[in-house]
Design a protein around this ligand. Structure first.
Ligand code: ADP
Length: 411
């Protein structure tokens, strides 16, 4: 890597999509540290279909978003199309300014506790984890292989969704099932969204003017997927997702916590197959299962019109959230802040208000005026008197991946 190589390409490869961002990590000449400047962002979706779509925004040149539609056969073709878009803006992947490519990898198991430069052994280990992340790791591997073929000389770094949660104590990570069976099949609670929980908990400490080591934070990542984490002094001590991202909070289409006997019942009594149950719990449950919508804006609109099913779905969502706030308050002993993040957490003021309503005895309250403010900046929404700070902290997983990648290749 040359001294001028300060750019990082972040790739988030899904089964039929690739999200990407090119960031410049050049240190700020005044402050010394880098906030990371976004040069380009984009998305390729519906890979493998006739109607693939590439949307590319060249932020560096201030150009407009460019959208192209047409078949993109596979991830290799997708990445080549992205490379061509970047080249058109003078930001080509062949540039000596590109320092590394950072990949989001969903499952890192127990082995990967930190970002890791990818070599054959690392790739093999990510492959070994496919049985515990069948939907995600194969796509991540394809993304890595494709990027390696494009720039074999460049460091490729894996940043794992699970890494931040590897500090969970054994009593929080282990399910209370037969130990031999669990260990033989690597069944334990891994947790996900770790990059977001790491970023948001650190940003929350910053917002409070403290070092992360000094504060205990409950992070509520409420997107389409949703998870909570308890972070003590910068280290994760519990999180709501488990072996897979199905456990925990009510999500857009996932049930979250459920009695596992429901699955036996669905098979034995309702005659459903293994795959039917999988699809039911992952895709047809949560908010969508409860009321037919998973977009919180639509649910709030329906509630305003007096829709009872939307109301009940909202109440179930909030009830689960409250239970986790209570549980993690007990886990942490002392809570300095509760931070809301991701699509719902950052935008849905009624969710934030309802989640802490009635929790004044626990030191939690939301100021209605502060809660109503719309902003892309981290901010406090609790009243002065509240013992626990309630914050809205926009997440930025791509920036976190770029920072971790850049730090690693410069170490
Ligand atoms: P993902 O898990 O797909 O990354 P996001 O973090 O982008 O999800 O969150 C997407 C969800 O955020 C949407 O399904 C919607 O429920 C919610 N959302 C986005 N904008 C708003 C808004 N203005 N008000 C309420 N909810 C919103």
């Amino acid at each position: 890597m040359t001294a001028t190589a300060t750019r990082v390409l972040v790739l988030n490869s899904g089964s039929s999509s690739v999200k990407y961002q090119l960031l410049d990590m050049k240190p700020d000449p005044v402050g010394g540290s880098t906030a990371g400047t976004r040069l380009a962002v984009g998305l390729v979706e519906r890979i493998g279909e006739e109607t693939s779509r590439l949307a590319h925004t060249p932020l560096a040149t201030g150009g407009d978003k460019r959208e192209t539609e047409g078949p993109i056969a596979d991830h290799e073709a997708a990445l080549k199309a992205v490379a061509a878009e970047l080249s058109a803006d003078g930001l080509g992947l062949d540039s000596p300014q590109l320092a590394a490519i950072g990949h989001r990898v969903v499952h890192g198991g127990l082995k990967f506790t930190a970002p890791t430069v990818i070599d054959d052994a690392v790739l093999k280990e990510i492959e070994r984890l496919v049985p515990v992340a069948p939907l995600h790791n194969p796509a991540n591997i394809t993304g890595i292989r494709t990027a390696q073929a494009l720039r074999p000389d460049l460091p490729q770094v894996a940043v794992f969704d699970t890494a931040f949660h590897t500090t969970m104590p054994e009593y929080a990570a282990r399910y209370a099932i037969d130990v031999e069976t669990a260990d033989a099949h690597r069944i334990r609670r891994y947790g996900f969204h770790g990059t977001s929980h790491a970023y948001v908990s650190r940003k929350t400490a910053e917002l409070l003017g403290k070092d992360p080591s000094e504060v205990n934070v409950i992070v509520l990542h409420l997107g389409n997927g949703a998870s909570a984490s308890a972070v003590a002094g910068g280290r994760c001590v519990d999180t709501s997702m488990g072996l897979t991202p199905l456990e925990g909070l009510v999500m857009g289409t996932r049930s979250g916590d459920i009695d596992p006997a429901v699955t036996f019942h669905l098979k034995r009594v309702a005659g459903m197959s293994e795959d039917d149950v999988d699809v039911l719990l992952n895709k047809k449950s949560g908010l969508v299962g409860l009321c037919g919508d998973n977009d919180m804006r639509e649910i709030r609109r329906r509630i305003d019109e007096g829709d009872e099913r939307a109301r009940l779905a909202f109440d179930i969502y909030i009830h689960r959230l409250k239970k986790y706030i209570g549980a993690y308050t007990a886990v942490l002993g002392r809570v300095d802040a509760v931070a809301f993040t991701a699509g719902v957490g950052e935008n849905a003021a009624p969710v934030r208000a309802a989640a802490v309503a009635g929790l004044e005895e626990m030191g939690l309250a939301v100021d209605a005026d502060l809660n109503a403010v719309r902003s892309g900046e981290p901010r406090l929404i609790s009243p002065e008197y509240a013992r626990v700070a309630v914050a809205v902290v926009p997440t930025d997983e791509e920036l976190e991946i770029a920072q971790q990648t850049y730090a690693l290749v410069n170490a």
